[in-house]
Design a binder for this molecule. Structure first.
Ligand code: COA
Length: 161
């Protein structure tokens, strides 16, 4: 009986694995719910088919609740997107995905990882700060918030060696 309950609850823990092209639609759905401009299933599928794309997903059973996706070029990587479904946010899922992802990038030879983040995006900034990223640049007026206001993009970097 105890074993059955253990298995039941264990099954609700997200599992982190590499994302595949067949995850494109589920990833596009989370992305569309998270960002002003979504990317299509086809765009994600093309990205996931590329050899220099590295992507991880968080799944519970067959449902995908979060992902992170980067592009590797030589010894540098750029995180292109990360998102967690709203029902799963605030539980450390992005942190776990990011940690796994950085280990994988390091294993593939990346020595530095870059990304851009909206300066108003506090959850994302906290996520990256805790993971050791530091600000190396700033692009004013990069993210259009509404007709009259655009937020700056912060360029962040984390060295892996
Ligand atoms: C950013 C995002 C991926 C974080 O996912 P998450 O699984 O909720 O993050 P975690 O639970 O691992 O927490 C990471 C950090 O964010 C903080 N955080 C999470 N939700 C927060 C919120 N609503 N407000 C403020 N901080 C928040 C956590 O406290 C944690 O910081 P800490 O370690 O200093 O306490 C998620 O909010 C998201 O998908 N946002 C929309 C897409 C997006 O903005 N992606 C980033 C683009 S660069």
């Amino acid at each position: 009986m105890i074993g059955m309950f253990t298995r039941l609850f264990a099954r609700r823990e997200p599992v982190l694995t590499e994302a595949r092209p067949r995850d494109a639609a589920a990833i596009a759905a989370i992305h569309a719910a998270s960002f002003r401009r979504g990317w299509s299933d086809g765009e994600f599928e093309r990205l996931l088919l590329e050899r220099n794309t590295v992507a991880h997903r968080a799944t519970v059973g067959r449902a995908l609740h979060g992902f992170i996706l980067s592009r590797l070029a030589g010894d540098e990587a750029e995180i292109l997107s990360v998102a967690v479904a709203s029902a799963w946010q605030g539980r450390g899922l992005a942190r776990a995905l990011l940690n796994l992802h950085l280990r994988r990038l390091a294993g593939l030879g990346a020595r530095a990882v870059f990304l851009e983040v909206d300066e108003d995006n506090e959850p994302a900034r906290r996520l990256y700060r805790r993971a050791g990223f530091r600000e190396v640049g700033r692009r004013e007026g990069y993210y259009q918030q509404d007709r009259d206001r655009a937020a700056a993009a912060l360029v962040l970097r984390r060295d892996l060696v």
